[in-house]
Write a protein that binds this ligand. Structure first.
Ligand SMILES: O=c1ccn([C@@H]2O[C@H](COP(=O)(O)OP(=O)(O)O[C@H]3O[C@H](CO)[C@@H](O)[C@H](O)[C@H]3O)[C@@H](O)[C@H]2O)c(=O)[nH]1
Ligand SMILES: [Mn+2]
Length: 757
């Protein structure tokens, strides 16, 4: 690693963040939780089954809280000094950029095009970059869009560099109405250029839109597109096309832009393609035989580079440490743009990124998030850090290279080069077109047979949360990672909009996470047998237990209702001093989390939306993710990766995008049932109170009191979209099939309680 050792200028600085207040608040809550458990334990014999259930649930919440506190305990950020890097530009390593797209309907090509354009225009020596786009749909429209985009890039990239444009995704840049105020010199030039480039961009959009229409009318029938003419989705040979080769003409070096290569891997109906992980592994091999850069950046198709210096900052974190073990990969937080105000679907993850991600950054480093991450290629190839105490997990020590990487001479040579060499890349110009046949070979669906791809090397197969598992595998070898937060944000993506879309995403994550807990990649085993650190393991657990949380939350939301139905209680009476504990918990938890939102500059509304959506996710997406994960582990169902819709302005115009909508997915059944049970319970409680003529508080002996009432109302408040869904109109209403199924569940539940009481 020549860069760090031969020069003394610092590239980064670690800045621990002060979080005394946070720690105090987290510990207060932990103390109250333990007190509550203690109270329950000493009085367990006075009370029945309900207290035991509460005790079990609260023990779980305490466990989760410990995980949460651990994750947030040591937040750090890193300052980066890219100007110190600029003095050694010629030493910068090459980077291969991977962009994945999978469906032109759910991921409109114009989105991918903007991501690609923003990446082609970053501040980095152009001859060191190559951008590979993987298209899992083998769509002529996507290919055509990229070809058109490369033509536009000839205008766009020089324009960005000449005027130091800050946001280099044209759709975002031109969303400002008029030419922005002129940066420095040449005002008249700028205005003309701006108008011209904007015109061209609009034409580009028009062409892409035409190409995306039903029969691809806009796509010309020329040779270039012949490969797509009889492509059947999911059943076609590999397609590899060089859209733009940077070193063809000599003077392109100054103002050119990086290589752009289109890859659609071979697909056959009877071969599993392993979704995104499969696509990433193909890109790794294709780029390995073409440009073989020692670094890899991967981004999802909707994540454009929002900060043109992102590569330079990334290099600071990759090479700014005395030993490379400190920076196996560099992950940027997932941030979103154009999101709805106040985060109505609780999926913009701002506080999670700020509190938890920065906290984990102070441990062994951020988890790999699947997008916006710089990897060292050699780690992807299974290299462990070169340290005596590190876990030696290198497959090549017990297997032949051919058994590991597959049978392709060029790939074996390139891999051997990566594993042995330093970051220096040969400045030798290669003619990419000579590599196409080899690239197609390594992109075929039989190439991986009897190799280590998807297991010991590359992105890990078999789980839909391939990102977290791949990162865990890397950290288990002893590598640390670094979190890169920048202002402006490094990459920005699209958060799913609408109820069903965000549930799909959370359900996939939950399924993937459970597969972890039940599979060979369990982090608990990794601390024992490998080099994962203890507190890092707890940080993984914080995410991995998401699906399990649903069971306890479901139980807890039913507790107050069952108290009304059976005339018992699960909380102390308002007159008893012990009520202070649950009361204190409720207040400190809500105030504590609210302060976190304020600290991140968010509103009280955003806080509430996240609170209620957490509850909703738990009883919809996480619960179904849990079931899906169990079925998958028992071999009863297949792993599938359901894409998240990225088309923001699709759908009917008269729908309020901020309101929760429903469809007939069974995911909505449990939430609807919980709402119904709580409503029935409140009515039962009210009737009993009127019949007996009692005050809620003095309710006969062990009956429900104020605590139960507040909890039940809190559940209804959290599920208010469901309450409205029961009585609403149009797409805001819960479909009758769901209501019917939920009602059946409620009857069953009531039956059980009738027996019990
Ligand atoms: O068969 C597939 C399926 C997906 N993708 C790509 O994978 C990316 C992520 O898919 P998306 O639907 O956007 O999922 P998200 O839930 O938004 O993605 C998050 O969660 C995923 C794991 O569940 C990670 O892989 C992603 O990087 C992370 O951003 C997109 O670029 C897709 O085109 C493929 O290339 N092939
Ligand atoms: Mn996404």
């Amino acid at each position: 690693m020549p860069m760090a050792t031969t020069h003394s200028l610092p590239l980064q600085e670690r800045v621990p963040l002060n979080n005394t207040l946070q720690r105090a608040s987290d510990l207060t809550i932990l103390f109250l939780l333990i007190s509550l458990l203690y109270c329950r334990l000493i009085s367990l014999h006075f009370h029945g089954f309900v207290w035991l259930l509460s005790f079990i649930c609260e023990s779980w919440f305490t466990f989760v809280w410990i995980l949460d506190t651990n994750a947030k305990w040591n937040p750090v950020t890193y300052k980066t000094y890219p100007h110190n890097l600029l003095k050694r530009l010629d030493e910068l390593p090459a980077v291969d950029i991977f962009v994945t797209t999978a469906d032109p309907k759910l991921e409109p090509p114009i989105i991918t095009v903007n991501t690609v354009l923003s990446l082609l225009a970053v501040e980095y020596p152009v001859e060191k970059l190559a951008c590979y786009v993987s298209d899992d749909a083998a769509s002529a429209a996507t290919f055509y869009s990229l070809v058109q985009a490369s033509k536009f890039a000839k205008l766009w990239v020089p324009f960005c560099k000449k005027y130091d444009v800050r946001v280099r995704a044209p759709s975002v840049y031109f969303s400002t109405q008029c030419p922005p105020s002129v940066p420095s010199a040449l005002p008249s030039d700028f205005r003309n250029d701006w108008n011209h480039v904007k015109d061209e961009y609009e034409k580009l959009c028009q062409r892409i839109e035409n190409a995306c229409k039903e029969k691809h009318d806009g796509v010309p029938k020329t040779d270039e597109f012949a490969d797509f003419s009889d492509v059947e989705r999911g059943n076609h040979p590999s397609i590899v096309k060089i859209i733009w080769e940077n070193n063809k003409d000599a003077n392109a070096m100054e103002d050119g832009f990086p290589h752009l290569i289109y890859v659609s891997r071979e697909k056959r109906p009877r071969h599993s393609h392993h979704f995104k992980a499969g696509a990433m592994n193909v890109l790794t091999r294709v780029s390995g035989v073409m440009t073989n850069a020692p670094l890899i950046l991967n981004v999802d198709c909707d994540m454009f580079a929002n900060n043109p210096e992102v590569f330079l900052h990334g290099m600071c974190l990759l090479f700014g440490f005395p030993h490379e073990v400190h920076s196996g990969y560099v992950q940027t937080p997932q941030q979103f743009y154009g999101g709805l105000k106040d985060d109505p679907f609780g999926n913009q993850l701002v506080v999670l990124q700020h509190k938890v991600a920065l906290g984990i950054a102070g441990l062994q480093g951020p988890l790999y998030g699947g997008t916006g991450c710089f990897h060292r290629r050699k780690i992807i190839y299974g290299s462990s850090p070169d340290l005596p105490h590190a876990h030696k997990y290198d497959v090549l020590s017990y297997k032949e290279p051919k058994q590991v990487f597959g049978d392709c001479r060029e790939l074996l040579d390139s891999a051997a080069h990566i594993r042995s060499a330093t970051m220096k890349t040969s400045a030798k110009l290669i003619d990419l077109s000579t590599k196409i046949e080899t690239a197609k070979q390594v992109a075929s669906c039989t190439y991986e047979f009897n190799t280590c791809w998807g297991k010991e090397i590359g992105w890990v197969y078999g789980a839909v949360a391939e990102d977290i598992i791949t990162g865990l595998k890397i950290q288990s070898m002893g590598w640390e990672s670094k979190c890169m937060t920048l202002d402006p944000a490094p990459f920005l993506g699209i958060a799913p909009a609408g109820g069903p879309a965000s549930l799909t995403q959370f359900k996939r994550w939950a399924t993937g996470l459970l597969q972890f807990l039940l599979g060979p990649y369990n982090p608990l085993l990794a601390i024992i047998y490998k080099s994962l650190r203890f507190r890092q393991c707890l940080a993984y657990l914080f995410f991995i237990v998401w699906p399990l949380r649903s069971l306890f939350e479901l139980c807890y939301t039913l507790l107050p209702a069952s108290c009304f139905l059976t005339n018992t209680s699960f909380l102390p009476k308002a007159s008893e001093p012990a009520i202070m504990i649950p009361l204190g918990l409720m207040v400190s938890y809500n105030v504590g989390t609210l302060l976190e939102y304020f600290e991140c500059g968010l509103s009280i509304r955003a806080w509430w939306n996240n609170q209620r959506m957490q509850r909703i996710y738990a009883l919809t997406a996480w619960l179904f993710g849990f079931i899906g994960g169990v079925l998958k582990t028992m071999g009863l169902s297949e792993t599938i990766f359901e894409l998240t819709r990225k088309n923001q302005n699709s759908g009917e115009s008269n729908i309020d995008p901020r309101r929760f909508t429903f469809d007939s997915s069974p995911m909505f059944v449990p939430g609807t049932a919980v709402v119904m049970v709580n409503m029935v319970a409140l009515v039962v409680g009210l009737v009993r109170m009127m019949v007996n003529g009692e005050d809620v508080e003095e309710g006969g002996g062990d009956g429900p009191g104020l605590g139960e009432l507040v909890c039940s109302l809190w559940v209804l408040l959290s599920f208010w979209s469901f309450v409205k869904g029961l009585f609403g109109k149009g797409c805001y209403v819960i479909p009758w099939v769901i209501v019917f199924k939920a009602a059946a569940l409620v009857l069953l539940f009531l039956q059980i309680f009738a027996k019990w009481s």
